[in-house]
Design a binder for this molecule. Structure first.
Ligand code: S3P
Length: 428
């Protein structure tokens, strides 16, 4: 399906965004491993968490009630059952990588696959350390690509240094560590999002955390506790940037997760000249939450973004690249090579599509150099089957001259159903 986006002058309103995708996956998985029933409030109702939900059903987990107040009948660590069919993570890298960690601890046979995009994303970063812990995994390309089959069981703890910062890999290893007895230590080059660590602490682990180092002592008993999921700051970012770029207006987004491992976008907007006010700070299950307010009309300036901050805004690079188009001077993004392994190669997709709109962009092996204040014109663009590329292009289209057609917008359903309707409402 295609959509046509017309230019706009104003973005105005007060809204919420759907539940945090990363926290939703973790809430579904960890509550399935608890003994007892857990209520999840505010889960993201979208393709990716639905993939996790279906895989967990395949492993025998039962769910009750409305999606917005889902009750999970946890099976306990040892209660999952051998799936009768292949588990399908579809487009969701988080589903695939986190579940591989859980499957590695199961004394049964399971096979995991995904859609065309996911079957081409690197899994060796997870399978390699899981094998070191004692799981048996095999699959295409020397067990680095889905479909993978797993036969696990009791594992041995490891001390492992991640070659690249990745919350998905770190989380897979922490989940696998639940099936060990002893001390698991994971070290990252730069600290990635820590939702798994926070949720494990909330559910009863006495985890030690020192910057890029996480130490988990097992076994411990996971407690059945209600989990509330805040709005996703990655989804909010499209609207924060749109508000920053609009000539007029202001925007309040309520109930957004502001975990410091995710708030790189707020630092970037501040440095570019469009500060976001953080209001009404509170906490849900060890996750900081707030309302975010931004006023339109600021003049933005180009900035430099380097590898240190990348894990804190890894999913926001597409929309940051769009902000850079309208900023004074150049924006340089470096150390973002991981973007080549997302739902699509985001560095090459952004370069190709934004150039169609007249942007002047240089593609680097690990980043982008974007010249600001070059006239952007409406064009016919493709999402490359990637939800975040589709949404970033829609934000660019709001401030281009003439209308833009975005082809293949279905992928937006994996993280933000209702995105285009909300954009329409706020810019009407
Ligand atoms: C995620 C971690 C990030 C991010 C992805 C969600 C998670 O990936 O890009 O959208 O929920 O753990 P990496 O950890 O692989 O960088």
């Amino acid at each position: 399906m295609d959509i046509t986006v017309e230019p706009r002058e104003q973005l105005l309103g007060q809204t919420r965004v759907p539940g945090d995708k990363s926290i939703s996956h973790r809430a579904l998985i960890l509550s399935s491993l608890v003994e007892g029933t857990v209520e999840l409030e505010g889960l993201l109702e979208a393709g990716d968490p639905l993939s996790t939900y279906k895989c967990l059903q395949g492993l025998g987990v039962e769910f009750y009630g409305d999606w917005n107040r889902l009750k999970v009948k946890g099976k306990g660590l040892r209660g999952l059952r051998e799936p009768e069919d292949v588990l399908n993570a579809e487009n969701s890298g988080t589903t695939a990588r986190l579940l591989l960690g859980v499957l590695a601890g199961q004394p049964f046979f399971s096979t995991l696959t995904g859609d065309t995009s996911l079957r081409n994303r690197p899994m060796g970063r997870v399978t390699e350390p899981l094998k070191k812990m004692g799981a048996y995994l095999d699959g295409r390309h020397n067990s680095t690509l889905l479909p993978l089959y797993v036969r696990g069981g009791d594992l041995t703890p490891i001390r492992y240094t991640l070659p690249v910062a990745s919350a998905q890999v770190k989380s897979a290893l922490l989940l696998a560590a639940l099936y060990t007895s002893g001390t698991t230590e994971i070290i990252e080059p730069v600290c990635s999002r820590d939702h798994t660590e926070r949720m494990l602490c909330y559910l009863g682990s006495g985890m030690k955390r020192e910057k890029e180092r996480v130490i988990l002592e097992t076994p411990f008993k996971l407690k059945a506790r209600r989990i509330q999921i805040p709005g996703d700051i990655s989804s909010a970012s499209f609207f924060l940037v749109a508000a920053a770029l609009a000539p007029r207006g202001e925007l309040l987004i309520e109930e957004v997760g502001i975990n410091p491992t995710r708030t790189g976008i707020l630092d970037v907007l501040e440095e570019m000249g469009a500060g976001v006010k953080i209001l009404n700070k509170r906490e849900y299950n060890f996750e900081p939450v707030a309302d975010l307010f931004i006023k339109s009309g600021a003049s933005l300036k180009g900035i430099e973004i380097n590898s240190k901050i990348i894990p804190r805004l890894v999913d926001e690079i597409p929309v940051i690249a769009v902000a850079a188009l309208f900023a004074e001077g150049e924006t340089v993004i470096k150390g973002a090579g991981e973007l080549r392994f997302k739902e699509t190669d985001r560095l090459s997709a952004l370069t190709l599509e934004l150039r169609k709109m007249g942007a002047v962009i240089k593609e680097l092996p690990d980043g982008l150099i974007i010249k600001g204040k070059v006239r952007i014109k409406g064009s016919c663009c493709s999402s490359h089957g990637d939800h975040r590329i589709a949404m970033a292009l829609a934000v660019a289209a709001l401030f281009a001259r003439g209308e833009t057609v975005i082809q293949e917008i279905e992928p937006v359903q994996v993280s933000f159903p209702g995105f285009f309707e909300l954009l329409q409402n706020l810019t009407a």
